[in-house]
Ligand binder design. Structure first.
Ligand SMILES: Cc1ncc(COP(=O)(O)O)c(C=O)c1O
Length: 391
């Protein structure tokens, strides 16, 4: 009995220790305006949300085509769950390989014009799993410094030497290709549409560089698929089903033998459960809508342009318009003022963006109403610090 009691008190000492450790870190983040929180949010159509009991229109989602609320997509989720059940029950390699995975992979490979496709649990897992299959300890990854956290994580995990090049700077990418270790494989990583800046990568120039140096290029099309169709020469192209597709999951497309190899070697594919049938059913319906209805992508781009025109900003290159504000506190203050006017635009702070470049990342959807977009522009004119909108 005594030993149970003393184990309990040792255990509660450890609980106190861990809480003190975490609280010190939380206090430190709070002091720098970098502490993050969760606000339960219910979502409806046209960006309408209710967050902490307050209704607003959200302009920071990645649901660029409004497909997460599309009745056909929602019905397809329900139908797939009724037909196949609520969960995959195992890794795809064991017994969780729903036939819906194969339908989805065939459709995405065809739309991308690449030999084959593999669906992963998420875009994050797709990058984390694929990069270490391509390169290892004696190899080199050359990557755009603003590539998403999961590309950085995959590159680190591979054990390869990681060399960053300045954002979208092909000359700097060339410099990073110099003095390669003998026999090293080189993988160049970039996003197609940059998630926090909305600008596009110079894909043709980067591919030419890869061909010159015998490197392979892999792109992350998370914010392009379904919206921005670029001529993409990259050998390996990953993306997500969670943004314009409006559902969840990730994919990697490329040469067929490589996509086959992922089944045996990508650890985030092998050692995890397959996506649930309702996610696959919904994604299949959403991807087939994207395939058929090219008007949706045109609509979101013209709505984004209406916004940039209203603020006198340059024409958009994607559905993402960043408004740089510098310090985290300034971005949080503008976020709060916009919310008073009925708009939710989450302030993006480090480490999601580099220190001193906190911003509002405004993202548009084909489902947004034009009136709401123009009212957001008016609200920004009122609340942004002077000089921010000067281009
Ligand atoms: C550029 C980029 N790549 C990958 C991901 C990860 O995708 P997922 O949300 O499917 O894990 C994201 C999501 O934030 C992203 O912005």
């Amino acid at each position: 009995m005594r030993s149970v009691i003393s184990r309990k008190s040792a255990n509660s000492r450890q609980v106190d220790e861990l809480n003190a450790f975490a609280q010190a870190k939380l206090d430190n983040l709070q002091a720098k305006d970098l502490k993050r929180g969760l606000d339960p949010t219910s979502r409806g159509v046209g960006g309408a949300i209710v967050r902490n009991g307050k209704a607003s229109i959200s302009f920071c989602d990645n649901d660029y085509l409004g497909l997460s609320q599309n009745p056909r997509v929602v019905a397809a989720a329900g139908a797939a769950a009724i037909r196949y059940g609520a969960g995959a029950s195992a890794s795809r390699l064991v017994s969780g390989d729903s036939p819906l995975n194969h339908e989805l992979e065939t459709m995405i490979a065809r739309m991308k014009g690449l030999e084959a496709c593999r669906v992963f649990g998420s875009g994050y897992m797709a990058n984390m799993g694929t990069i270490p299959v391509l390169v290892g300890k004696s190899d080199v990854v050359v990557m755009d410094e603003l590539s998403h956290a999961c590309m950085h994580a995959g590159a680190q995990l591979s054990g390869a030497e990681v060399r960053l090049f300045k954002h979208n700077d092909v000359s700097d990418a060339r410099l990073q290709m110099q003095s390669l270790p003998a026999g090293a494989r080189v993988l160049l990583l970039t996003e197609t549409v940059f998630s926090m800046d909305g600008d596009l990568a110079p894909l043709q120039e980067l591919q030419a560089l890869c061909e010159e140096f015998g490197a392979w290029m892999m792109t992350d099309d998370a914010h392009g698929f379904g919206v921005i169709k670029q001529d993409n020469p990259a050998l390996i192209q990953m993306g997500t089903l969670s943004k314009a597709v409006g559902v969840y999951g990730g994919y990697v497309c490329g040469p067929s033998a490589f996509i086959e190899l992922l089944i045996s070697r990508a650890r985030t594919f092998v050692f995890t459960t397959g996506l649930p049938p309702q996610v696959l059913g919904a994604a299949l319906e959403a991807v087939s809508i994207i395939d058929r209805d090219k008007q949706l992508a045109k609509s979101v781009m013209s709505k984004t342009k209406a916004f940039t025109d209203a603020l006198g900003l340059p024409a958009p290159t994607s559905t993402i318009v960043p408004i740089l504000l510098g310090e985290a506190k300034v971005a949080l203050d503008v976020q709060a003022k916009l919310l008073e006017d009925g708009f939710h635009v989450s302030a993006i702070r480090p480490p999601t963006v580099p220190a001193g470049s906190s911003r509002l990342r405004i993202a548009f959807s084909a489902a947004h109403e034009l009136d709401d977009i123009l009212s957001l522009a008016e609200s920004l004119k009122k609340h942004l610090p002077k000089g921010v909108l000067r281009t």
